[in-house]
Ligand binder design. Structure first.
Ligand code: C2E
Ligand code: CA
Ligand code: CA
Ligand code: CA
Length: 278
C-alpha cells in the first residue's frame, strides 16, 4: 500500500499520512546528518560475569541532530534499513569500530573484542564480505578481534544464504553472535548448523527473570542450549546486582548492561578500560 501511494498527492493525506510524512522527514534528516557527520558510535562494555573482567564492547550508533537532539536508534535504524541507507551507515559503524579497536589493541588490550551490529540489508549485500575485508585491512586489525551481531530472526530467514555468508565471515577470523535470542523461533537443528560462537539473551528475559518464572525459564533454556552446543552465552540489559547473581546462577558466561557500564564515547571507553586493568 505504501508503494501505491508513493508520489501521489494522496500519499500525505491518507490515513497513514501523518506517520508517513514524519518518517519521510526523519529519513531526510538522517541522510543529511550522515553527510554532515553527525552520526557517531558509542561503546558499551561486555564483561566476564564471574570476574567482571572487560572482554569486549558493543558498538552502538548515535544520532545527534543539528538542533542538538538525540534520536534513538530504535526510531531511525528501521528507516535506514527500509531505505537501504543502512548499507553505507553500517559500513561507517564498522570502519569507526575497527579504527577504535586498533587504538585499544595499541593500548595493550590485546584480547579485547569489538562487537558490531549488522542488519539484514548489509549481510545479504553482495559487497558485504569485500567491505568487511577492506575495513579490516584499512584498520590494520585481524578478524579475530571482531564479532558481528546478527539477530535471531535474521539468522533463520534464508538459511542457505546465511550459511554461505557465515562461512565467508569465518574465513576472516571474525566471530558471530546471535542477538536478541529467545525472541525468534529458531529451530534447534538450524541453530546448530549456524555454528556461531555466542548467543545473546534478549534484555526482555533478563528483566522478566526476576519477577516471572517464565522469564527465568527462557533464560535458563538459552543458557542450556548455548552450553550444550558449545557456545558462549551473554546476557544483555543487566541493571542490578540481583540480575547479575541470577544469571550467574543459571550458568551464563558474560554480561552487558547499565550495572557494568552505559554505552560511552570512545575516549571514555579508553579511560574506563585503563581503570579496570589489573
Ligand atoms: P541491541 O543490539 O539489542 O542493543 C542493545 C540495546 O540495549 C542498546 O540500545 C543499549 O544501549 C541498550 N542497553 C544496554 N544495557 C542496557 C540496560 O542495562 N538497560 C537498558 N534499559 N538498556 C540497555 P540502543 O543503543 O538504543 O540501540 C537500540 C537498538 O538499535 C540495538 O539493539 C540495535 O538493534 C540497533 N542498533 C544500534 N546501533 C546499531 C548499528 O550500528 N547497526 C545496526 N544495524 N543496528 C544498531
Ligand atoms: Ca546488538
Ligand atoms: Ca540485543
Ligand atoms: Ca534488543
Amino acid at each position: 500500500a505504501k508503494q501505491q501511494h508513493r508520489g501521489s498527492s494522496q500519499y500525505f493525506s491518507s490515513a497513514m499520512g501523518v506517520d508517513a510524512r514524519e518518517r519521510f522527514k526523519l529519513l531526510k534528516g538522517l541522510r543529511a546528518s550522515f553527510e554532515e557527520k553527525r552520526l557517531f558510535v558509542v561503546y558499551q562494555p561486555q564483561v566476564d560475569l564471574p570476574t567482571g573482567r572487560p572482554i569486549a564492547a558493543e558498538a552502538l550508533l548515535r544520532w545527534r541532530t543539528a538542533e542538538g537532539q538525540f534520536v534513538p536508534p530504535d526510531q531511525f535504524i528501521p528507516l535506514a534499513e527500509q531505505s537501504g541507507l543502512i548499507v553505507s551507515i553500517g559500513e561507517f559503524v564498522l570502519r569507526s569500530s575497527l579504527h577504535q579497536l586498533r587504538r585499544l589493541l595499541d593500548q595493550g588490550h590485546s584480547d579485547f573484542r569489538i562487537a558490531v551490529n549488522i542488519s539484514m540489508a548489509q549481510f545479504r549485500h553482495p559487497e558485504f564480505i569485500t567491505t568487511l575485508c577492506s575495513a579490516l585491512a584499512d584498520a590494520g586489525v585481524s578478524g579475530n578481534s571482531l564479532e558481528l551481531e546478527i539477530t535471531e530472526s535474521m539468522a533463520m530467514e534464508d538459511i542457505d544464504m546465511v550459511l554461505r555468508v557465515l562461512a565467508e565471515i569465518r574465513n576472516t577470523g571474525a566471530t558471530v553472535a546471535i542477538d536478541d535470542f529467545g525472541t525468534g523461533f529458531s529451530s534447534l537443528s538450524q541453530l546448530r548448523q549456524l555454528q556461531v560462537e555466542r548467543l545473546k539473551i534478549d534484555r526482555a528475559f533478563v528483566r522478566e527473570a526476576q519477577n516471572s518464572s517464565a522469564g527465568s525459564t527462557i533464560a535458563q533454556m538459552v543458557v542450556n542450549l548455548g552450553c550444550g552446543l558449545g557456545m558462549r552465552v551473554i546476557a544483555e540489559g543487566i541493571e542490578t546486582e540481583e540480575q547479575r547473581q541470577q544469571l550467574l546462577a543459571l550458568g551464563c558466561h558474560e554480561g552487558q548492561g547499565y550495572l557494568f557500564a552505559r554505552p560511552m564515547p570512545a575516549e571514555d571507553l579508553e579511560r574506563w578500560l585503563m581503570e579496570k586493568r589489573p
